[in-house]
Design a binder for this molecule. Structure first.
Ligand code: AMP
Ligand code: MN
Ligand code: MN
Length: 329
């Protein structure tokens, strides 16, 4: 435990917590885990949590109903936490962060250079929930806090299958399930289960996908008209990019959905051959080496062509490095 955030909040009357726009499982889990922990350990303080409305699959996490998604005017907070992101991606909650007396940024994104008065950024840790677990006193955890942190761990590690899973991740997850929540149900309902229309849209995205760069990359996109036809929102599209990545021979999978006229939200997943954090950063986005995102403008083909140039660079770099190693052996 390298810093004691309860100590940092000791004098605080009003504490705020927020995570990134379009909150994912790690974002919701870390915000609600911290909200529960602070509410429990600092009963004299008022603790509020601000997030874009998360998907309903997370409604079983304690505190879900307390999430404030309309970002009203608020007096400055004594302490404000930004979780699972740099403060620039807090959306409607960025104004609270800017106005707060003390700001604490806890994250695991390699692209985060630290925007708080206190920063705990751990790029080698699989999820923000795992970072939070290290900062919490296990004696003060309970079943509902453990459940919230577990959600973040399973979402950001793909249920412990991605390379960001370490022996420590699994040891912490083992401690968490020891608190006795129904983890198989949680994994099924928040990670694997899809509604029928979500499955249909995913099927369509897979069917209409296109491979390029000699079959090593794959891209698919959904336009606003199609989203409208199926009556789906961006949060219903979660998981499509992972499915594309699971296809044999693919080193980089791209899923895009239209957000406006000539505007796309881009998600990328990759093998060890492509650092997608680098590719996303080039277009003003960010993320991790194996999972990253950005926003782009232009036609679908413009976007793919621009991404393709940078992905090809990554592939060539990897090949050159591996050629060198082969020659040295
Ligand atoms: P996504 O494809 O939206 O699921 O994002 C993949 C990963 O990259 C997640 O960890 C995101 O939090 C992160 N990410 C996505 N977009 C950005 C961005 N603009 N800046 C920093 N990180 C991002
Ligand atoms: Mn996240
Ligand atoms: Mn995360």
């Amino acid at each position: 435990m390298n810093f004691d955030f309860l100590e940092e909040c000791r004098e605080a009357g009003r504490i705020g917590i927020a995570g990134h726009v379009r909150p994912d499982g790690d974002c919701v889990g870390s915000c609600l885990g911290l909200w529960q922990y602070l509410s429990k350990c600092l009963p004299q303080a008022q603790v509020k949590v601000f997030l874009d409305k998360p998907a309903d699959i997370f409604k079983e996490i304690r505190g879900f109903g307390e999430i404030c998604s309309d970002f009203p005017e608020e007096p400055p907070f004594d302490v404000f936490f930004a979780l699972d992101t740099n403060p620039e991606r807090l959306g409607g909650a960025e104004k609270y962060f800017k106005a707060a007396d003390k700001t604490i940024n806890i994250d695991h994104h390699i692209s985060n250079t630290g925007g708080g008065s206190i920063n705990v950024i751990k790029p080698r840790t699989g999820s923000t929930c795992e970072v939070l677990y290290d900062l919490m006193d296990p004696k003060r955890l309970d079943r509902d806090i453990a459940k919230a942190l577990y959600v973040g761990m399973i979402h950001d590690t793909g249920v412990f299958q991605y390379s960001n899973t370490t022996p420590e991740t699994l040891q912490k997850a083992a401690q968490l399930i020891g608190y006795g929540f129904d983890f198989p149900k949680l994994i099924l309902e928040t990670f694997y289960q899809k509604t029928y229309v979500q499955a249909q849209v995913m099927g369509r995205a897979l069917m209409e996908s296109i491979r390029f760069l000699g079959g090593s990359c794959i891209v698919s996109s959904i336009d606003l008209k199609t989203m409208d036809f199926y009556n789906v929102e961006p949060k219903d599209l979660e998981g499509i990019v992972n499915q594309l990545r699971n296809i044999q021979g693919i080193d980089c999978a791209i899923f895009m959905y239209e957000t406006g006229v000539l505007e796309y939200r881009v998600s990328m997943r990759s093998s060890e051959k492509v650092n997608v954090a680098q590719v996303a950063a080039y277009f003003g986005g960010g993320g991790h080496a194996r999972a990253a995102g950005c926003n782009m403008t232009g036609t679908f083909h413009d976007c793919v062509n621009n991404l393709s140039l940078h992905i090809e660079k990554e592939l060539k770099k990897w090949e050159a490095e591996h050629d060198e190693r082969n020659h040295n052996h």
